[in-house]
Write a protein that binds this ligand. Structure first.
Ligand code: 13P
Ligand code: SF4
Length: 338
């Protein structure tokens, strides 16, 4: 079973394991025994982030997965991330601790829908966010993450039409920054980020006038944040649209004593570790991704003990998607990771 859709599965996470010192020791011992590198996305549970060999944003983790010498990659994240690692390294064993960990954004476009869209725009360059299935990547010219989406679009000759999918808020951000009129945007969204809305942000910003605003470009409130800056409600230099990795870089260099964070709440753990003196607060503390949180201590232990769940991508799909993913990891800044 492959978790490419998230709607019809029982999503009760594996439970019953306490993440104590013995658990941590056992996880690291089993990882060594398997010659496995443990990668964790910034939205993972704190105990998973802390036990992983590397924690970072989508771009940084893709790059680490591609360059690692370990024969097994254990991807503590969601299914499309593990699939991306497998596309890049077909010779490696790629495991995800719970294959039901899908993504509502990846579900918002199918390969069939993308083919129909391409047929309406012959000759257009397809840019897909990495939050897509392998089948969608196989229909894509170049993938991007939130940290290099602008650079990826800028790398395309200006006279070429661009189809950008599936995230409408990231697409709007890229269009705003590049000023590109021939960029068409698919109307997909991540249910967690779309739910972080403008009125909520405006209220929190008014109550914390000195706080920096760190906003992930997938958020429903990204446009509102720039509107607040444009209206002078918040000084423009306090509004920062950032990928999760870039939030960490910004946390290390800001002079602000408090920061309002608009993204999935798992991010707060890395931010507080990076800058313990700063008061980081969630714009919406209910913004938790249930798929990311399916990678529990019990799931990770099961994964390492039993070699489950293994992620596979059929050869033809992987071959067709590989160039798009390789272009993604070649473009733009390093991506944020530790
Ligand atoms: P980044 O780590 O690239 O900012 O991605 C955020 C995200 O929503 C991943 O699902
Ligand atoms: Fe997908 Fe949104 Fe969860 Fe990220 S936070 S994995 S985009 S559902």
């Amino acid at each position: 079973m492959v978790a490419t859709t998230t709607t019809d599965l029982d999503l009760t996470p594996y439970g019953g394991v306490t993440p104590d010192a013995a658990w941590r020791e056992e996880v690291l011992r089993l990882a060594e025994e398997r010659d496995a590198v443990l990668l964790a996305h910034n939205y993972q549970l704190p105990e998973i982030q802390d036990v992983a060999h590397h924690t970072g944003d989508s771009l940084a983790l893709s790059r680490i997965a591609a360059s690692s010498t370990a024969s097994t990659i254990v991807f503590c994240g969601v299914h499309f991330m593990a699939e991306t690692a497998k596309i890049l390294s077909p010779e490696k064993t790629v495991l995800i601790p719970d294959e039901r960990a899908g993504c509502s954004l990846a579900d918002s476009i199918t390969a069939e829908q993308l083919r129909e869209w391409k047929a309406q725009h012959p000759g257009a360059v397809v840019v897909s966010y990495v939050n897509t299935t392998a089948a969608v990547k196989a229909e894509t010219d170049v993938c991007c993450t939130s940290s290099n989406a602008v650079d990826v679009v800028r790398s395309i000759p200006e006279d070429r039409e661009v189809l950008f999918c599936p995230d409408q808020f990231l697409g709007a951000h890229v269009k705003r920054v590049t000023g590109r009129e021939n960029l068409h945007i698919w109307a997909g969204e991540c249910h967690v980020h779309a739910g972080i809305n403008g009125p909520e942000l405006a209220e929190k910003a008014a109550a914390n006038p000195d706080a920096d605003l760190f906003i992930h470009p997938e958020c429903g409130c990204a446009t509102s944040a720039l509107y607040l800056a444009g209206e002078g409600a918040v000084p423009a230099d306090q509004v920062k649209i950032l990928s999760t990795g870039d939030m960490l870089t910004a946390a290390r260099s800001t002079n602000a004593s408090s920061v309002l964070v608009a993204t999935e709440v798992g991010m707060l753990h890395q931010l507080r570790r990076a800058a313990p003196e700063i008061d980081f607060r969630a714009v919406n503390d209910r913004a938790s991704c249930r798929y990311m949180k399916m990678i529990t201590p019990a799931a990770l232990l099961r994964c390492l003990r039993e070699g489950l769940d293994e992620v596979t991508v059929d050869q033809e799909t992987a071959e067709r998607g590989r160039d798009a993913v390789r272009r993604m990891i070649a473009i733009g800044q390093p991506g944020g990771g530790e």
